[in-house]
Design a protein around this ligand. Sequence first.
Ligand code: SF4
Length: 109
Amino acid sequence: MIKYVPKEFKTILNKYKFIDSWFWCRYSINPYNGCEFACTYCDSRSHKYHLQPEFDHLIYVKNNVGVMLENRLRRARTLLPDVVAIGGTCDAYQPAEKSYNNTRQCSPE
Ligand code: SF4
């Protein structure tokens, strides 16, 4: 059974030290922490991402992502125009999106 837990996070926009050599992005946004699609090959379970061990059945729903992103973009002096990867360690359109709209809150209107 999938459990959704709303949770506060400090940031919504991640800035990489270096441009990602695979996806060519400088930033990423993960609207959720965890992914219920549970693909067997998923590398998001790697220890380097520090995600919860119950990655595929405990989904943290990040609170207020739209407001957090808007506030961060207001302080964008240090940001460069570049590619933002949506859902690097989760699927941005996993079933949780139907109820929580976190990915859509991060999309330009
Ligand atoms: S993040 Fe991607 S690869 Fe990983 S479980 Fe979700 S859909 Fe599958």
